[in-house]
Design a binder for this molecule. Structure first.
Ligand code: PLP
Length: 394
């Protein structure tokens, strides 16, 4: 099986720190040529000289050497047994959700990515898979939402965009006790900061479009699983539905991942400073960041993650304030997305969460004055100065 191939650079990763594992996963050298950068095997089919002995690769939807290398990299970094690369984060997420048959029920955290909310409420509902959204920071609410037909618990922590923290180890233990599969969207943290499999998660999903790709140049999704049974089921969906990542995009994500540790460290360090600056600023009503002492989930987050990450949200009032602020800001891109080399400011109420009904948005604190900042690699002092001058206009 393709996922079991071992490259010549295979190491014993557990002995290394993440920064080293980041580069030496065992999949970093091409097993066929020794190339130091995995080649882009831009091929859809593979010659089969002897049909009695099928080759490792036969057709690129089922397996492509470049994609398989990326799948091995993410499996090593997340500590899963097998990885899968998809054409987008949503393709990875929906592949995981397709594991459950009609008649199933899923409990999901309420502060969920807008696209996942839309997929669950508008697509999966139609397929007979029902979802209940609960405040999963309170495990009693999760427990109360579990029904006889509940099959999965779907979590995101820190959540998007209000950065609420769910206790992953406790949630996974509860799910295990009730026979549920736990799926964790780890996009905001990346495996550099948080490894949900180590805390008991069965499936980890990523929008690799964000921190893993890291350069705003590729849309991609990744998933990893904790055991071979789930691996076989995910492979059936990946191959059966065919939402695979192409070889060139697989290469781009691998290239991005090589600098994940240094990018994350730099962005997080600036994010810490920016969060403190915003918290003390008279024009800012509220800052959401798990690195701030007053954050209600800080103790839990510190226990399960190595740092607060590079994304923070803050509230500056309403749509008029946002309009004035965004017009003056010079450095961050004003855009959807996060986790890039450049800072990105986004406006959840009008962008990522626009498809969520307004009353639902309001209930979740996604006000018209809420902005989300993904801190990039610019000099911290320049970012602070830019935010300060733009806040003067508010
Ligand atoms: C962007 C994002 C997704 C969706 O990923 P795509 O690559 O855009 O399909 C899912 N979850 C989170 C937390 C995200 O930020």
């Amino acid at each position: 099986m393709a996922s079991e191939r071992q490259g010549p650079g295979r190491h014993a990763p557990d002995r290394f720190s993440f920064e080293t594992l980041n580069l030496h996963t065992g999949a970093e050298v091409d097993p066929y040529t020794g190339a130091a950068s995995i080649p882009i095997y831009q091929a859809s089919t593979f010659h089969q000289p002897d049909f009695d002995h099928p080759p490792e690769f036969d057709y690129a939807r089922s397996g492509n050497p470049t994609r398989v290398a990326l799948e091995r990299v993410i499996a090593e970094l997340e500590g899963g047994v097998r990885g899968f690369a998809f054409a987008s984060g949503m393709a990875a997420i929906t592949a995981a959700l397709l594991l459950f048959p009609a008649g199933s029920h899923i409990v999901a955290c309420e502060d969920i990515y807008g696209g996942t909310y839309r997929a669950l409420t508008r697509v999966f509902a139609r397929l007979g898979v029902e979802a209940t959204f609960v405040d999963a920071t309170d495990l009693d609410r999760v427990r109360a939402a579990i029904r006889p037909n509940t099959r999965a618990l779907y979590l995101e922590t820190p959540s998007n965009p209000t950065l609420r923290i769910i206790d992953l180890a406790s949630a996974c233990a509860l799910a295990k006790e009730r026979g549920l599969v736990t799926i964790v969207d780890n996009t905001f943290m990346s495996p550099y900061l948080q490894r949900p499999h180590d805390l008991g998660a069965d499936i980890v999903v990523h929008s690799a479009t964000k921190f893993l790709g890291g350069h705003s140049d590729v849309v991609a999704g990744l998933a990893t699983v904790a055991n071979e049974r789930l691996g076989a089921e995910m492979y059936l969906i990946q191959n059966g539905f065919g939402g695979v990542l192409g070889p060139y995009d697989s290469w781009l994500v691998m290239r991005g991942i090589k600098t994940l540790s240094v990018r994350m460290r730099q962005s997080q360090s600036s994010a810490q400073a920016i969060a403190r600056f915003l918290q003390d600023h008279p024009k800012v009503n509220r800052v959401y960041y798990p690195g701030l002492p007053g954050h209600p989930g800080k103790a839990v987050h510190d226990r399960q993650a190595k740092g607060p990450g590079a994304v923070l949200s803050f509230d500056i009032g309403g749509a008029d304030e946002v309009r004035r602020f965004a017009a003056r800001l010079r450095l961050p891109l004003f855009a959807v997305s996060l986790g890039a080399a450049e800072s990105i400011l986004s406006y959840p109420a009008r962008m990522s969460h626009a498809s969520m009904p307004p009353d639902e948005r309001a209930r979740r604190g996604i006000t018209d004055g809420l902005l989300r900042l993904s801190v990039g690699l610019e000099a911290e002092a320049d970012l602070l100065a830019d935010l300060e001058q733009a806040l003067q206009a508010v």
